[in-house]
Design a protein around this ligand. Structure first.
Ligand code: NAI
Length: 310
């Protein structure tokens, strides 16, 4: 095991949202210990998003400073454009730049689909998904200016693979993948990389869900991956990495070769008759962009000579 700490954040500024506890705290502590100046954002509410307080963010800042690091607390909610702007402004005003942004803040309002009330849907989408826009827009502007940046957005197996009672949360978490993909494409020319972490860890959010797995899933196991994704050393983009309990694994969306029914529209029965071919994952590819899929479609349709826009 390599024990030389070559991955460092000296002169770099990292924002971690929801860093007052759980996973975010570990991310903040690890990157601060590697030289990052950290904006420790946390609203200080409960797991359902109720209440607020300065205590959690202040405590993590004190821990970082106690260990000789540099950090500043921010208590704004990620859920509004003003809050997102103020969080990024804290980094710029206090430390002069923003090198990496980890959007980690989150809440739960688990209910089966028909029981979800309007506020359960809106609040969860606000904190997870819309917040990423309010944070990433001002951060992207600063990163573009300095021609360097790293985004890490937090997705979840509950959305990627699905989980009972988490329609609001799962949809919000999977929406973040779409945002991350487009940030990767639009940010590429400015040295900006964007990736998603899909964590599994014992925190207040999951303590009742994990059962006997909990004792094996310390949040400290996830932090090294997030620190790596935030670092200069990480030059890939548009990936989703599952991290938990010491296992790190790529999650990907593949495109199967499918079935080509010819240039004339097929019947619904034609679909029914070939559904196994359509659903078979054998021989899949992993497109990097929607244009990659369009190129594959051109090949299947024997239209390889056509030029795609863009
Ligand atoms: P946690 O509840 O310990 O941490 C979430 C933090 O976000 C809290 O400190 C909370 O105060 C803060 N927060 C909530 N709303 C906020 C707002 N509007 N503005 C600013 N801060 C706010 O939970 P945990 O487990 O550490 O979760 C971190 C992230 O990882 C979340 O996005 C969660 O959805 C995600 N996640 C966690 C998993 C796990 O196994 N723990 C699994 C999959 C995803």
């Amino acid at each position: 095991m390599n024990t030389v700490n070559t991955i460092r954040f000296d002169d770099q500024v990292v924002i971690v949202t929801g860093a007052g506890g759980g996973l975010g705290r570990e991310y903040a502590l690890l990157m601060a210990s590697r030289g990052a100046k950290v904006v420790v954002n946390d609203l200080g509410g409960n797991v359902h998003g109720a209440g607020d307080g300065h205590g959690p963010a202040d405590k993590v800042v004190a821990e970082i400073e106690g260990a000789g690091g540099t950090a500043i607390a921010n208590y704004d909610s990620v859920a509004t454009p003003e809050g997102g702007g103020a969080i990024v402004a804290t980094a710029l005003q206090s430390f002069g730049r923003v090198d990496a942004l980890v959007h980690n803040a989150g809440i739960l309002r688990d209910k089966s689909f028909l029981k979800l009330e309007t506020a359960d849907i809106e609040d969860v989408l606000d904190v997870h998904l819309k917040a990423a826009f309010w944070l990433c827009q001002p951060a992207f502007a600063a990163m573009k200016e300095q021609a360097y940046g790293r985004f890490v957005l937090t997705t979840s197996a509950s959305g990627i693979f699905g989980n009972f009672g988490q329609a609001n949360y799962g949809a919000a978490k999977t929406g973040l993948i779409g945002l991350m993909r487009v940030l990767s494409i639009e940010g590429a020319r400015y040295g900006i990389r964007a990736n998603c972490v899909s964590p599994s860890a014992r925190t207040r959010m999951t303590e009742e869900l994990l059962g006997p797995l909990a004792e094996h899933l310390a949040p400290e196991h996830v932090a090294p991956l997030v620190a790596y994704l935030c670092s200069r050393d990480c030059d890939f983009t548009s990936e989703i990495i599952s991290a938990g309990g010491g296992r790190f694994a790529r999650v990907f969306l593949g495109l199967a070769p499918g079935w080509y029914g010819g240039s004339e529209p097929v019947s619904p029965e034609g679909i029914a008759g070939h559904i196994e071919d359509i659903l078979s994952p054998a021989g899949y590819t992993i497109p990097r962009t929607s244009m990659d899929e369009a190129e594959i479609l051109l090949d299947t349709l024997n239209l390889g000579e056509l030029k795609l826009p863009g």
